[in-house]
Design a protein around this ligand. Structure first.
Ligand code: CP
Length: 317
């Protein structure tokens, strides 16, 4: 790895290496990861042009556990509010000898754009770009599934809700198919689960009972209204009636099915409080696992950068 922009094109061996490395960080201190010196002397800049609670905080914790110096650029109080362009902001951060940018942006493709325009020795990690990709979220979800289910083979997974606007669903679908689950069902209304997702290897399902039947893993997604501009929206109450995960609808899945959600959850819209806080819910495990997965990705990207710099130097001699 030099950057971590998408799971598209990454093979099973690499995804498994990320999970194994994350697991090694977790097992060092059970669920609380100890500090290691892998990024000592490196500067990591959190660049969140879109709001975040879980991703920004766990990237900061992960960088600190790797012994990096961490800067959180506050976009609202930065000079971008005085008209400075994204590229000029980045050039100034480059001049401060940054080693890694963690980027979240509302535009799909923004992380790729930054990787193309920054100096090549800065690692770019995608923390969510528009509706395109959220690769570290998908990997922390994979770690959570592996920890609870022991592996991926034979698993049936339902991803339920607003698939159309979800970068999480796209990255999860790539990870789940690469890691070899038996079936991924995308469940929701036709307006939010278009048929073209079938081309990515998923089963499309517009009926919740059929979608949840015999699944091992349920991922609930919220209605992402911030990306819906002008779309024909279901009302929240209608969505809950047809697609909400409640104690009654959860019973359609396998009795030991786990319930996941990337957050933020909207109680009473896509999931009931009883289920979100219930014994099948692993939603907070996902958050904890995010620290270890982000440590794994950041340390692997930094190693990739250093190897690339060594090869370039050797080539020049
Ligand atoms: N799952 C996720 O990306 O949450 P945040 O928006 O809080 O980072």
């Amino acid at each position: 790895l030099k950057h971590f922009l998408t799971l598209d094109g990454l093979d099973k061996t690499l995804l498994t290496e990320i999970l194994d490395r994350a697991e090694s960080f977790l097992s060092m201190g059970e669920q609380s990861v100890k500090k290691v010196p892998l990024l000592r002397g490196k500067t990591v800049v959190n660049l969140f042009f879109e709001n975040s609670t879980r991703t920004r905080t766990t990237f900061e914790l992960a960088a600190k556990r790797l012994s990096a110096d961490v800067i959180n650029l506050n976009i609202e109080t930065s000079a971008t509010s005085k008209g400075e362009s994204l590229l000029d902001t980045l050039k100034n951060l480059e001049a401060m000898q940054s080693d890694m940018f963690i980027v979240r942006h509302s535009d799909s493709g923004s992380a790729h754009f930054i990787a193309e325009h920054c100096t090549p020795n800065i690692a770019i990690i995608n923390a969510g770009d528009g509706r395109h990709a959220h690769p570290t979220q998908a990997m922390l979800d994979m770690l959570t599934i592996r920890r609870h289910k022991g592996g991926f083979e034979g698993l049936k997974v339902a991803i339920v809700g607003d698939i159309l606007h979800s970068r999480v669903a796209r990255s999860q679908l790539q990870a789940l198919t690469t890691l070899g689950v038996s079936e991924v069902r995308l469940v929701g209304p036709k307006t939010l689960v278009p048929s073209f997702f079938a081309e990515m290897g998923a089963t499309i399902c517009h009926d919740l009972e059929a979608g949840l039947k015999d699944v091992d893993v349920i991922v609930m997604l919220r209605l992402q209204k911030e990306r819906m501009k002008g779309a024909l929206l279901p009302s929240e109450s209608e969505f809950y009636r047809l697609y909400g995960l409640t104690v009654e609808t959860l019973a359609w899945a396998k009795p030991d099915a786990i319930v996941m959600h990337p957050g933020p959850i909207n109680r009473g819209v896509e999931i009931s409080s009883e289920v979100a806080d219930g014994k099948q819910s692993v939603i907070l495990d996902q958050v904890t696992n995010g620290i270890a997965v982000r440590m794994a990705v950041m340390s692997m990207a930094m190693s990739g950068q250093l190897q690339s710099a060594d090869s370039s130097a050797a080539g020049e001699e």
